[in-house]
Design a binder for this molecule. Structure first.
Ligand code: GTP
Ligand code: MG
Length: 195
């Protein structure tokens, strides 16, 4: 599913540049460097589709991909980024406008590093999504990098944070873009979201 059926559509730097809201849309949000772009590449089976790198702040636009009859959206990270303050502020504002004001946005996947669990900035985004009544689901990333005990701690911390957020989908997804874990599950979820 989605393999060979995904293409880059456009990078958006202002709300006025968004493509027509004419189909189901899902997006990937999360702290800089958490693995958003890598996850999109793993989902679509196309390594260089979304640009990923070890420099926080790699993705600086809202990048739209078409996948069958839906949009998959890669977002700039929130939190620390390796870019000038004024530039970061501009894209953080756009990010917030997009997350709270896009009518066809059916689900936001909030990515959280499996080594760290939910942090304060993740909760800020969750609160924004609660206020806008946008359903979100947490995806734990980089599970290949964490031992079982540490994973359990991060999960407990994240579940505790989630319990305070009415817009949260209760089920977490555990993924590794590197090893492929959780990727089929995530694909099935995206494909199954109703219009
Ligand atoms: P920004 O665009 O800067 O916000 O970052 P991003 O969230 O898109 O992260 P990106 O996909 O660019 O990945 C950041 C770094 O983490 C890269 O060096 C990736 O190779 C690495 N990475 C991403 N996912 C995984 C994973 O599942 N396992 C491991 N081991 N590394 C990963
Ligand atoms: Mg990125």
């Amino acid at each position: 599913l989605f393999a060979g059926e995904t293409d880059f559509l456009k990078g958006v730097v202002a709300m006025s540049g968004l493509p027509p809201a004419d189909r189901v849309e899902v997006c990937f949000a999360g702290r800089s460097n958490v693995g958003k772009s890598s996850l999109i590449n793993a989902l679509t089976g196309r390594k260089g589709l979304a640009r990923a790198s070890n420099t926080p702040g790699r993705t600086q636009e809202i990048n739209f991909f078409t996948a069958r009859d839906r949009y998959i959206v890669d977002l700039p990270g929130y939190g620390f980024a390796n870019a000038p303050v004024a530039v970061v502020e501009k894209w953080q504002n756009l990010l917030k406008q997009y997350l709270s004001g896009r009518q066809t946005l059916r689900r936001v996947f909030v990515l959280i590093d499996a080594r760290h669990g939910a942090k304060a900035v993740d909760e800020e985004i969750m609160t924004l999504l609660d206020k806008s009544a946008v359903t979100f689901q947490v995806v734990m990333t980089k599970i290949d990098k964490v031992k079982k005990g540490a994973l359990d701690d991060a999960l407990a911390k994240t579940r505790k944070a989630l319990s305070k957020h009415p817009a949260a989908y209760p089920e977490l997804i555990l993924t590794s873009s590197e090893k492929g874990e959780g990727i089929p599950t995530l694909r099935a979820i995206i494909a199954g979201i109703d219009a």
